[in-house]
Ligand binder design. Structure first.
Ligand SMILES: *Cc1c(COP(=O)(O)O)cnc(C)c1O
Length: 400
């Protein structure tokens, strides 16, 4: 018999009663170091006083009014994002998939309004992940997500990641834009090279295409800059964010330049919840923290140290790990042992992490994590490795 909650997730048999900073307290009575952060969401960690206060204060005033009225919390958050990014205008929604849907609608609508109704196709990448709506499973570069869900939504062309020649070859008179994650998260922390991102920018300029960047996982400080694309020294036309921006409260956003945003006139798009006072109060508290002097520098420094600790770990356990991937506090360890064994092993040591494609252990702690907590996480992974490799080396001895 099916459970009352649908069976679409493979869950660990563990729940949590409360959290504090980078720590979660399990119903099993144990304390866990949270390097999953709800899949790169809890950017300020758990029970952050500013975020809790913003949400409780706003909940006691007014949670929701709909977009029939002005929403000062949304206006303040949009102002802050515009002041601190390439964008001229912001659209709020509730999730990453929804943000990417709106990003694609913006690109198509702008091409249409510019006299190019034939330009509807978006170039995407093999291994990409853009969400689970009907259109976004077609934009996602992994056919597994499509199985059994009927005809794929037309208009998404996939090419090899980091292959500029392949992108050039895929551009047709129907191409409207490009959508890319600066670091592919779900498929195993694969970074786009700066040259590739610069090449995409140049191609978009040359062919009048819009460059869309999916920063749902990489954005809001995760890699040490507000957005990951900044490391390549480029400016996009439109960016989607979600995950970290609400710090745990569901919130997504699309940031765009005026040339795109001005075409989203009344009636073209909407969402009942999108950008409601409660969500935007949460987002405002999170973004204000991230933009405080020193915050991103903390992410850069801690992320760099964490990277060095992980490099050492790979050296120490060459039978378990082959390489460190990623940047800042978005890291992956490519495993030689099945991730289905590594993940429970680190959990037994009291560390929460997330699996990713390509047999990768994904480590995406809250951005407020300390260097000492990173070292503690690495120690715990090391302890898990000792136990994972023990029977293995005994077997090897047996064989000799
Ligand atoms: C998680 C993720 C999404 C989907 O976000 P949801 O909030 O789950 O809809 C889209 N793009 C990227 C890069 C993601 O990591």
């Amino acid at each position: 018999m099916v459970s009352s909650i649908m069976p679409n997730y493979k869950r660990f048999d563990l729940a949590f009663t409360q959290g504090e900073g980078a720590w979660l307290f399990g119903t099993d009575g144990r304390r866990y170091l949270d390097f999953g952060a709800g899949i790169a969401v809890s950017s300020l960690g758990h029970d952050h006083p500013k975020l809790v206060k913003a949400i409780t204060d706003q909940a006691g005033k007014v949670m929701h009014v709909s977009n029939l009225y002005r929403i000062p919390q949304a206006e303040a958050l949009a102002d802050l994002l515009v002041e601190n990014s390439f964008a001229d205008s912001v659209l709020f929604c509730n999730s990453g998939a929804e943000a990417n849907e709106a990003l694609v609608k913006l690109i198509r609508r702008a091409q249409f309004k510019n006299g190019h109704p034939e330009r509807t196709r978006i170039i995407c990448f093999n291994g990409a992940f853009h969400g689970r709506t009907l259109a976004m499973i077609s934009a996602t570069g992994n056919p597994a997500y499509l199985e059994g869900f009927g005809p794929r939504v037309e208009g998404f062309d996939h090419v090899a990641f980091n292959d500029l020649e392949a992108v050039k070859a895929a551009i047709t008179p129907e191409t409207a834009g490009i959508l890319i994650e600066p670091i592919q998260g779900e498929s195993g922390i694969q970074s786009a090279t700066p040259e590739f991102l610069q090449g995409l920018r140049a191609l978009c300029n040359q062919h009048d295409l819009y460059l869309g960047i999916d920063e749902v996982q990489t954005g809001m400080g995760r890699t040490g800059t507000l957005f990951a694309y900044e490391a390549a020294g480029i400016e996009p036309d439109v960016v989607s964010v979600a995950k970290g921006i609400g710090g745990g409260f569901p919130l997504g956003a699309v940031l765009a330049r005026e040339k795109l945003a001005r075409h989203l006139t009344p009636g073209t798009h909407g969402s009942t919840y999108g950008g409601n006072p409660l969500a935007c109060a949460a987002g405002l508290a999170v973004v204000q923290e991230i933009l405080k002097p020193g915050f991103l520098e903390h992410v850069r420094k801690t992320g760099q140290s964490f990277g060095q600790m992980l490099e050492k770990l790979v050296e120490d356990y060459p039978d378990v790990f082959s390489e460190v991937r990623g940047r800042g506090l978005m890291r992956g360890l490519q495993c030689k042992i099945p991730i289905s064994e590594v993940l429970p092993a680190v959990m037994r040591e009291g560390l929460l992490a997330v699996g990713a494609g390509g047999n990768v252990l994904r480590l995406v702690p809250p951005l407020i994590v300390s260097r000492a907590e990173c070292q503690e996480a690495v120690n715990r992974i090391g302890a898990a490795c000792e136990k994972l490799t023990q029977p293995l080396s005994q077997n090897q001895e047996d064989r000799v």
